[in-house]
Design a protein around this ligand. Structure first.
Ligand code: UDP
Length: 240
């Protein structure tokens, strides 16, 4: 069984896919509102929350580069811009219920959001503001999972909480194997050696090197974000 923790500063990774829910539109406002409400309930307890948003609900660089003839870097810049759209949507939703929120982008878009400045991000967190990191790492060929691991390490987050559309990590793909078992605890090595599709290698090894545990959990179950942030047992815990 996974251990219980009391986190003080967390990095929440929300994939683009999770923001889309089962809607045909790119973003389901019910989901962004659900995220906002749960985040509001934890920051009231003084827990600092930073968020990295994905962009896969709008644009994935790698898949477009493959089929369209776009070069990979250009496609990835479009993907990073997609994460900025999600970030602004989430920020506006959070502020609509009174959560002070700042967006910081990995490349400059200074009319729209702050540039990423590590010390300023930390200062926001200390003041009880939520910081949303957008535009991934700012570099093509990376993912927002890697951005989450990187920002998490930079701001000294104690944990990376990866919100997904599944309950956690399974021993087999639950979509094709009805008897697949949910794995409650894993080591970093389990993830890399068994090639469990949790996050890409760059992201998981960055977490491992910096000793940042990862919790993979289902965003669609009400209360799960709160549980994950409060360090209650939810999903799959990956650590040393
Ligand atoms: N991306 C990138 N560099 C980064 C992060 C993201 O180039 O550091 C691009 C990449 O094209 C990716 C897209 O942005 O496909 C959306 O991010 P991601 O696929 O990680 O989003 P998610 O799967 O979390 O929705």
């Amino acid at each position: 069984s996974s251990p219980s923790y009391r986190w003080q500063r967390v990095l929440l990774k929300v994939s683009g896919e999770a923001l889309a829910g089962d809607q045909t539109e790119n973003i389901d406002p019910k989901i962004t509102m659900a995220i906002a409400k749960e985040v509001a309930s934890v920051i009231r307890h003084g827990i600092e929350v930073a968020i990295v948003v994905g962009g896969g609900n709008i644009f994935r660089g790698a898949s477009w580069a493959g089929c369209s003839g776009l070069d990979r870097s250009s496609a990835d810049y479009i993907g990073m811009l997609a994460t900025v759209m999600n970030a602004i949507f989430l920020q506006a939703t959070m502020e609509s219920i009174g959560i002070p929120t700042r967006v910081q982008t990995a490349f400059r878009m200074s009319e729209v959001a702050e540039p990423y400045i590590r010390r300023r991000a930390i200062r926001h967190l200390e003041k009880g503001r939520v910081v949303i990191f957008a535009a991934g790492t700012g570099n093509p060929f990376f993912t927002t999972d890697t951005a989450a691991a990187l920002r998490g390490a930079e701001i000294n987050a104690e944990v990376l909480l990866k919100a997904t559309n599944v309950d956690g990590v399974y021993d087999e793909d639950p979509k094709t194997h009805p008897n697949a078992r949910l794995l409650h605890t894993l080591s970093y090595q389990d993830v890399t050696s068994k090639d469990l599709s949790v996050m890409d290698m760059t992201a998981i090894t960055l977490c491992q090197e910096n000793d940042i545990p990862v919790v993979v959990f289902n965003l669609n179950k009400p209360g799960n974000i709160t549980k994950a942030i409060f360090g209650e047992k939810v999903g799959t815990f990956i650590g040393r």
